[in-house]
Design a protein around this ligand. Structure first.
Ligand SMILES: [Fe+2]
Ligand SMILES: [Fe+2]
Length: 134
């Protein structure tokens, strides 16, 4: 199932971060679609690469913003981003592996999806109410 942007639950109020989260979700959904439609392993891998690239761009940006704003959530955010990198690497290894069953890929994809939503709603959301004039 695709992730839907939910302003009430997900918006940090920082337009730059919120726009990136929407794009991040869009890229996740492309990856999700490739799996659900069983588009074959090259398409799945390329959407996964897009998601990975965008995750790195977004993480670097978000960590820079948190550093600038002296956010108390920075350390937890960095650690969580590393955890996500690990999950991405794990799923990439599974998808690359010949003959891997769709059941396993779907299960891994769902942990990624859960992580992503949970991360935005618990860690990134701590940017909410931050004074950006600092
Ligand atoms: Fe984050
Ligand atoms: Fe984020």
């Amino acid at each position: 199932m695709a992730i839907e942007w939910n302003t009430k639950r997900m918006a940090t109020g920082l337009p730059e971060v919120d726009t990136q989260h929407q794009e991040w979700i869009r890229r996740f959904n492309e990856f999700d679609k490739a799996i659900v439609n069983q588009q074959g392993h090259n398409t799945i891998l390329s959407t996964l690469d897009f998601l990975t690239q965008y995750s790195e761009t977004h993480f670097a940006n978000e960590e820079a913003i948190m550093t600038r704003l002296n956010s108390p959530a920075l350390a937890a955010n960095r650690a969580a981003h590393d955890e996500f990198r690990g999950k991405l690497a794990e799923i990439k290894a599974w998808v690359s592996h010949e003959g891997v069953s769709i059941v396993e890929v779907v299960a891994l994809k769902m942990t990624l999806e859960e992580w992503l939503v949970n991360h935005i709603c618990t860690i990134d959301i701590q940017l909410r109410g931050t004074d950006t004039r600092m």
